[in-house]
Design a protein around this ligand. Structure first.
Ligand code: HEM
Length: 133
């Protein structure tokens, strides 16, 4: 009988450290967006109050990486990519999103560096995939 190792049975959500890590990454991400002029164009696309995003993004990320799917329960029939179609996302602003997210992940420094690296890579591909120009 094949015995799967404990590591292969864990989801990326668990390997990252669950909701606490995703909340910390999200808060750092929006702090950077609010404070670093390098992300001014990205910041300007968002509503004045980022509090709803600080609640929504960790909930999305949790389900996205194999944890509880609350975001999908709260947003039935919503697709994250098509939800972005009203925004004029170009390669510059998509790149700002991806860079701020990479920095936020690096600053929070999840213990599992492989999953942390993969998270940054895949989110960067998703963000650049949303760019239309
Ligand atoms: C992997 C990439 C991305 C993820 C996972 C993501 C995630 C999210 C989430 C969870 C929301 C809130 C939707 C809701 O729950 O109702 C949202 C909204 C939004 N996103 Fe993204 N996003 C990504 C990329 C981008 C990019 C590249 C841009 C712009 C360059 C962007 C700009 C926005 C804006 C402007 C909103 C509306 C927020 C507001 O009204 O304040 N997103 N995104």
């Amino acid at each position: 009988m094949m015995a799967a190792s404990a590591e292969t049975e864990l989801t990326p959500f668990e390997r990252l450290g669950g909701h606490a890590t995703l909340r910390a990454i999200t808060d750092r991400f929006y702090d950077l967006m609010e404070q670093d002029p390098a992300y001014a164009a990205l910041r300007a696309m968002h509503a004045a109050d980022l509090a709803p995003m600080r609640a929504s993004l960790p909930s999305f990320l949790a389900g996205w990486c194999g944890g509880p799917r609350d975001w999908w329960q709260d947003n039935p029939a919503k697709c994250m990519v098509s939800l972005h179609s009203p925004f004029a996302i170009d390669r510059d602003t998509a790149g700002q999103w991806a860079e701020a997210m990479r920095r936020a992940i690096a600053d929070v420094a999840p213990a599992d560096v492989d999953v942390a690296q993969a998270m940054g890579d895949v989110l960067e591909r998703m963000a650049l995939g949303m760019a239309r120009r």
